[in-house]
Design a protein around this ligand. Sequence first.
Ligand code: ARG
Length: 463
Amino acid sequence: MAKTASNQMWGGRFASGPDAIMEAINASISYDQRLADQDIDGSLAHVAMLAKQGIVTAQDAEAIGQGLEQVRGEIAQGQFAFSAALEDIHMNVEARLKEIIGDPAGRLHTARSRNDQVATDFRLWVRGQCDAAIAGLEALIAALLAQAEAGADWVMPGFTHLQTAQPVTWGHHMLAYVEMFARDKSRLEDARARMNECPLGAAALAGTSFPIDRAATAQALGFDRPMGNSLDAVSDRDFALEFLSSATICAMHLSRMAEELVIWSSAQFRFVVLSDRFSTGSSIMPQKKNPDAAELIRAKIGRILGAQVALLTVMKGLPLAYSKDMQEDKEQVFDAADNLMLALAAMEGMVRDMTANQPALEAAAASGFSTATDLADWLVRVLGLPFREAHHVTGSIVAKAEAAGCDLPELPLSEMQSVHSGINDAVFEVLGVHNSVASRQSYGGTAPDQVRSQIAIWKERLE
Ligand code: ARG
């Protein structure tokens, strides 16, 4: 059998190259080429620092810098021939650099290892995804606030157990999601702040004997500081896990909202009309308008949570410092991030475009004895009944309304008085849905005044 040539980057002690299967299991270039920009940014910061410290000459650093920019351009234009024999993005870039500038290329890897290199590249990439997700959440929150503002006093049924509970306002329901997505945003901001330390200069695991300036490379790459322990720097991926756990929680929120849109857009609810731009048709049933985007958003948590479980499982039990297992950190994070951004953008578009059906919301709000709690509260407030007794009396009145086939506001006073003689005309004031929501003035409650003041608070916060 013909012997393949040994690896040009690390093959000094090898007599032959790898088996084809070895190459197949070892190579990450098919996916880590996504880190090309970060890899080149890291190398540019590194070589500038090496020159400043007198570790490489200014002339070599200049050639390396120019060569790296040429490589960046070739990759951006799709003119770069990625090679599996060169394993990963780091060695692909360096090998091409050598073709372009010759021997000085070999000086770039001084005082560095692929271990701190990949940790730096990936951190930069994940940091960028935090920023993208934060921007996506801000846009979604703005769309929700616009909906809340338009319908701050529209009434709709509030549910528990998906059974009619009490009337709420549309604006209040939209603001509930604003709160959730704002927490998702702050989780990403926290994760971003924690991950913003630079691994570069940790070298293979122990640091380096060259007089490098880690603060300089950290600063050049926009990090707050260098990481304080070289073993930790090359061997943890908790930054990616924090991103994934924030992404998973966000995907869970998106999934819940998507589920509501699926229900609300059905012919049975008709609470909202989704725009044509965010709906699809059926190839067999001409009448159909399906909420596919909402359904897909509802499902995205599957792969995002899957990525989190996968990476946690890869990392579990690994001894310090770097192990090749950690090459398995990237693909799922890429996939999770791509799908999170897509889900955020699709949800933002749907929320922006959707039309709430105000008459249908109002009709539904008044059905299902939704103001029964208001009646019980009235019995306590006006007639002085203990709440438990008021609850019981109200239950009997609801039973009468149910038997009469009407809702509470339509039940004759005499029927109510047959349950409790003290009830008078004034009770009808609390049985209407608008009065019901307007009365819930407690902080954070559903009253339109409360909703409007929360909208104002959010607008100020997001400025
Ligand atoms: N492709 C590798 C990864 O993604 C880069 C680091 C390789 N380091 C090493 N010592 N083999 O993890």
